[in-house]
Design a protein around this ligand. Structure first.
Ligand SMILES: Nc1ncnc2c1ncn2[C@@H]1O[C@H](COP(=O)(O)OP(=O)(O)OP(=O)(O)O)[C@@H](O)[C@H]1O
Length: 306
């Protein structure tokens, strides 16, 4: 099947600064794709270019079968974009914001009403229709922004940090909504800084200093040999005083990496090192697989050292 997005050696520059550097990957139709990376790594820039809002300096991309540079307008008609600073009009009510965006997409009145009703039902916005959007809580603003991005039935939606700053329950609700869209065949391209959200994506890519360092399913990334190199193992160490344990482990020659993870310490250690060697009780130590955070931290460090 034809992919929803194809990116081939795409670079984006602002003057002499390269914000996206020779990035290539595909996103399949109906996929929930996550793009991760530290602040400033180029995620928003790549999305803006895929929406035809800024040009590629070199390389190319196709979105829904159209060349982005050749037909940016055609692409914008067929995609949804929920940007980080989505433009809801604070003084307009929820209903008025929806009407405004339906107008922008040129939806005829009856079609706009039908689609709005469908999306209001999907998101539970009904009780808030007459409320000014500036008075909504963060989670409801985000839902309204999503509704506005979906009014014209896009087959592909870019969501740039859709859950930033909203509480865990609202985040989970929003993800439930996203999965319902994906089940209808809508392709979702999501950026996030939350590892639990990355875990929910079919595949994730990691941008670091403008370059794509890795891409795969969360499980594939956790199995990467660079993340747990031959001759090493990952341990979860619980019990005891985590800060003191971390301190001790960091100074131990068998320990390559250690960090606090909630109530425990995660460490990458030499394969032969046992609990006693590390000054720990056997019941404190469990061999574990890396978390996605371990994956990204390790890859970023390896890139820095290269
Ligand atoms: N219009 C612009 N002019 C010059 N530099 C820009 C412009 N837009 C973005 N940049 C730079 O490009 C780099 C990538 O920014 P971008 O917003 O894409 O990062 P990001 O990965 O989305 O970060 P965040 O996680 O903080 O949202 C940054 O160094 C940013 O300052």
């Amino acid at each position: 099947m034809e992919p929803a997005i194809t990116i081939e050696r795409a670079s984006i520059r602002f003057g002499k600064f390269t914000a996206v550097d020779e990035v290539s990957f595909d996103v399949g139709r109906g996929e929930v794709f996550g793009l991760l990376g530290p602040n400033g790594s180029g995620k928003t820039t790549l999305i803006r270019a895929l929406c035809g809002l800024i040009p590629f300096a070199s390389g190319r991309a196709e979105v829904l079968g159209r060349d982005v540079s050749a037909d940016p307008e055609g692409i914008r008609q067929n995609i949804g974009y929920m940007s980080q600073k989505f433009s809801l009009y604070a003084d307009l009510t929820v209903r008025e914001n929806m009407d405004f965006y339906a107008g922008i997409y040129g939806l005829p009145g009856t079609e706009a009403r039908a689609r709005q009703a469908e999306l209001v039902e999907l998101t539970g916005l009904q009780p808030y229709l007459t409320r000014r959007s500036g008075l909504l809580s963060g989670g409801w603003k985000q839902r309204l922004a999503l509704v506005c991005a979906l009014l014209h039935r896009p087959r592909l939606v870019f969501l740039d940090e859709p859950t930033a700053g909203i509480d865990p329950v609202a985040r989970r609700d929003l993800w439930d909504l996203l999965f319902r869209l994906a089940a209808e065949g809508v392709t979702l391209f999501v950026t996030t800084h939350y590892m639990d959200e990355a875990e929910r994506c079919g595949r994730v890519g990691y941008l670091y200093l403008s370059k794509l360092l890795t891409l795969g399913t969360p499980e594939e990334l956790k199995r990467l040999p660079t993340v747990t190199p031959p001759g090493t193992k990952r341990l979860e160490i619980s019990g005891g005083e985590t800060a003191a344990t971390l301190d001790r482990l960091k100074r131990h020659p068998a320990v390559r990496e250690a960090t606090i993870f909630g109530q425990s310490v995660h460490a990458l250690v030499a394969e032969g090192a046992n609990a006693a060697d590390l000054g720990l009780r056997p019941d404190q130590v469990r061999v574990t697989t890396p978390s996605l955070e371990d994956v990204f931290v390790t890859l970023a460090k390896a890139q820095q050292a290269a």
